[in-house]
Ligand binder design. Sequence first.
Ligand SMILES: N[C@@H](CCC[C@H](N)C(=O)O)C(=O)O
Length: 260
Amino acid sequence: MQIEFYKYQGTGNDFVMIDNRSNFFPKDDVKLIERLCDRRFGIGADGLILLENDSETDFRMVYYNSDGNQSSMCGNGGRCLVAFANNLGVIDDKTTFIATDGLHHASVGDDAIVSLQMIDVDEVQKKDSYTFLNTGSPHHVQIVDDLEHYNVKENGAAIRYGELYGQKGSNVNFVKKVDDSTFSLRTYERGVEDETLACGTGATAVAIAMNAIGETDKTSINLNVEGGKLVVSFDKSGDHFTNVFLTGPAKFVFKGTIEI
Ligand SMILES: N[C@@H](CCC[C@H](N)C(=O)O)C(=O)O
């Protein structure tokens, strides 16, 4: 059987997109999803996303990591899915859709810029050497020296599989402050089990964490990721963060068919 797929990327976080409004896709086939995401034996991507019908919103987002397992929210994937839905004609320039963490509002602007509302954050765990919070996916945030040369894969894996987060694990972000409005980050992604070029829920977590621990008092923060630039803005009241928006490019790369 041949399936049609579309490839999108958001600041280098790349995804296979499949229009599953007819429900044809074998959603429980972990091996198949892993193979489609494989960069040698398949299309190659950090994750796979299904666009499905939903009775109450414009569409449903179903997200899988490249290991083939369904997972929690993907911010860059959500932004890319909005661009995909726009290109398919499912939505115009504004949308509300449902994902695993609830409803999301989003808009498509000029130059393939997509702005996505993320979940509110009501709990930020501040520890001596790191911060932990959930922005739709779990994120460990840690400031490090020499981010450019930091071994993200080795140190990220040690934290992700370490005693802090147990079986479930966490995504792990290493951060450097550039100035009051700007932070650089590199992310180890759970389910990809490697550094990716960007992580949207990770960038969101870093922006909120840096504000929560007093590294900045800004509520609109620029994030330099390996694959480009993102902006995260929010309203703050104590440790409650609302109207959280993740903004950046979400681009079509190519489409094709693959034998499954
Ligand atoms: N790339 C994503 C995060 C995807 C989910 C993550 N790997 C997990 O399983 O927690 C993003 O852009 O947010």
